[in-house]
Design a protein around this ligand. Structure first.
Ligand code: GUN
Ligand code: ZN
Length: 441
C-alpha cells in the first residue's frame, strides 16, 4: 500500500505531561488553529496551521473543523464488553449485582454468534463516544475474546482485552480451572497480542473468584509474557474486601494478594481501588501498577468515592486512568465519566479542573496502560486516533459555550454537559471512523 496521507485542521488540545505533577501550563499544548498531518495512520506533524500548511502534500486537503475542539481519542481503561446488555440493572451492590445480573449475562457469550454481535455493536458504541482504545474484560470463553479482537481489527482500533479467569465462587458454567485458564490465555495471548493493533491483557476477574493456584498460574504467564497487560479489580466494595481477607488470611490485605503472585507492575490496571490504604497506594506507585477510576460505576453500585488527589499525591503519585466499567458504569461516554469524576472529587473538596479531567481520559489513561508511546496525545510519532468535539452539539450547550472565556472553561463545560452527541467525529489511525452527522442523517 502506498503512503496514505490525511490531514485534519481545527483547534486542538494535547497533553505532554501530567498536570497533577507539573504546572498546568506545562502539561498541555493548545493550538487555536491547528493542523494534524497523518501518514499511514501515524501523526507526522502537529502544530499551527499557518506554520505547517506548506508540509501538506500536493492534493491533500485537510478536513476542517472550525469552532470544534480536537483531542486525542479517549482511552477507557476499564470496561466489560460482555456486560453491555445489562447496563442499568436495578437495586444491588457489587456481589449481589454480580450474582443476579452479570454472571447470568456472561453465560450467553458461550454462543459465538451472540459474542460476535455484541462485540461489533460494542466497538461501534465506543467510536460513537469518541473512545478509540479500551481495556476490556471478555467472558471466560475463548471465543468471546476472538469475537472482540475480530471486531476491533475490522475497525483498526487499538484494543486491549483478555479472557476472564475464574475458577471458583461463580456458576459452574462460568468456571475454568487453573490449568485450562492458563492454557487458554496463553493461546489467545500468542494469537492476538501485537497482531494489528491488538493487545492482550491477562485477566483474573478478582481475588475472590480465583484460587491461589489460578493466581499463581496468572503470575507465571505474566513472567513468560511481560509485554502483555494485566487487568483485574481491587478494593471496590467493603464487603468484597472482607471476603478477600477471609479467603487469603495470610496476606497483608487485598492488594497484597496480587502483589504476592507477581501481578503488579507497569501495564497492570486495577479497576476501582476505592478503598486502597496509603500503604497500598504506595505499593502501586512503587511497582507502576495503575488504578482505573470508574466514578459512574462506583456511584451506581454504591461502592464509595475514589480520592483522585490521594492517588496522585506528588510525594508518591500512581498512574490513574478513567474507566466507564460498563455494565456497572452507566455511560460509554468518557465526557460523562469526567463529569462524575468532578462531582466525586467535589465531595472531598478537591476541584478536579478540566485540564486534569481531559488528561485522565487521554494521556493519563494511556500511561496507566503503559502505551503512552503509541496513543494518548497528538504528537508526531503517535498513532492518529482522535476525537472531534462539537461545542454547539445541542442548543443548551451552544448557549453555554458561547459564554466561555478560554479553552479550560470550554473543556470544563464539555466535560460536564457533554455526551455522545458532543462527539462530531472520531478518527482511527488517521481515518474517519465515526461521523455523527452522517450516522444520524
Ligand atoms: N468485581 C469483580 N467482577 C466485577 C465486575 O464484573 N464488575 C465490577 N464493577 N466489579 C467486579
Ligand atoms: Zn469492572
Amino acid at each position: 500500500m502506498s503512503a496514505a496521507v490525511t490531514a485534519v485542521r481545527g483547534p486542538f488540545i494535547s497533553f505532554v505531561d501530567d498536570p497533577f505533577l507539573t504546572g498546568r501550563e506545562d502539561a498541555f499544548v493548545y493550538e487555536s488553529d491547528g493542523l494534524l498531518i497523518c501518514e499511514d495512520g501515524v501523526i507526522i506533524a502537529a502544530g499551527d496551521y499557518g506554520a505547517l500548511r506548506e508540509r501538506l502534500p500536493q492534493g491533500v486537503e485537510p478536513v476542517h473543523y472550525p469552532d470544534h475542539v480536537i483531542s486525542a481519542g479517549f482511552v477507557d481503561t476499564h470496561i466489560h464488553y460482555v456486560q453491555t446488555g445489562i447496563i442499568a440493572a436495578f437495586g444491588s451492590q457489587l456481589i449481589d449485582w454480580l450474582n443476579h445480573y452479570t454472571f447470568v449475562e456472561e453465560q450467553r457469550f458461550s454462543d459465538p454468534g451472540y459474542a460476535r454481535q455484541m462485540a461489533s455493536s460494542f466497538c461501534d458504541e465506543l467510536l460513537r463516544n469518541g473512545t478509540t482504545t479500551a481495556l476490556t474484560f471478555c467472558a471466560v470463553y475463548p471465543e468471546s475474546v476472538d469475537a472482540l479482537f475480530e471486531a476491533a481489527s475490522a475497525r483498526n482500533m487499538r484494543m486491549a482485552a483478555g479472557k476472564v479467569l475464574m475458577d471458583r465462587n461463580a456458576p459452574d458454567a462460568l468456571l475454568d480451572t487453573a490449568q485450562s485458564g492458563y492454557e487458554d490465555s496463553k493461546v489467545l495471548l500468542e494469537r492476538w497480542h501485537g497482531r494489528g493493533r491488538n493487545l492482550y491483557a491477562i485477566t483474573p476477574r478478582f481475588a475472590p473468584t480465583s484460587t491461589p493456584g489460578q493466581l499463581e498460574a496468572a503470575g507465571a504467564l505474566r513472567r513468560e509474557h511481560p509485554e502483555a497487560l494485566m487487568h483485574t479489580h481491587v478494593s471496590e466494595n467493603t464487603g468484597e474486601i472482607s471476603w478477600v481477607r477471609s479467603l487469603f488470611p495470610e496476606r497483608r490485605g487485598y492488594l497484597d494478594v496480587y502483589d504476592h503472585y507477581g501481578l503488579l507492575g507497569p501495564g497492570t490496571v486495577l479497576a476501582h481501588g476505592v478503598h486502597l490504604t496509603g500503604y497500598e497506594r504506595g505499593r502501586c506507585a512503587e511497582t507502576g501498577a495503575a488504578v482505573s477510576h470508574c466514578p459512574t460505576s462506583n456511584l451506581f453500585l454504591g461502592s464509595g468515592l475514589f480520592h483522585v488527589h490521594d492517588a496522585k499525591d506528588p510525594k508518591r503519585p500512581m498512574h490513574v486512568g478513567l474507566g466507564t466499567d460498563i455494565g456497572a458504569g452507566t455511560s460509554f461516554s468518557l465526557l460523562a465519566t469526567m463529569n462524575e469524576a468532578y462531582k466525586v472529587a467535589e465531595l472531598s473538596n478537591y476541584p478536579l479542573d478540566s485540564i486534569k479531567a481531559f488528561y485522565l481520559a487521554t494521556l493519563g489513561s494511556a500511561q496507566a496502560m503503559g502505551i503512552a508511546d503509541k496513543i494518548g496525545s497528538l504528537q508526531p510519532g503517535r498513532e492518529a486516533d482522535f476525537v472531534v468535539l462539537d461545542p454547539k452539539a445541542t442548543p443548551l450547550l451552544a448557549q453555554r459555550t458561547a459564554r466561555v472565556n478560554d479553552i479550560e472553561e470550554l473543556l470544563f463545560v464539555l466535560a460536564v454537559m457533554g455526551d455522545d452527541r458532543t462527539v462530531r467525529a472520531t478518527y482511527v489511525a488517521g481515518s474517519l471512523a465515526h461521523d455523527r452527522d452522517a450516522t444520524t442523517g
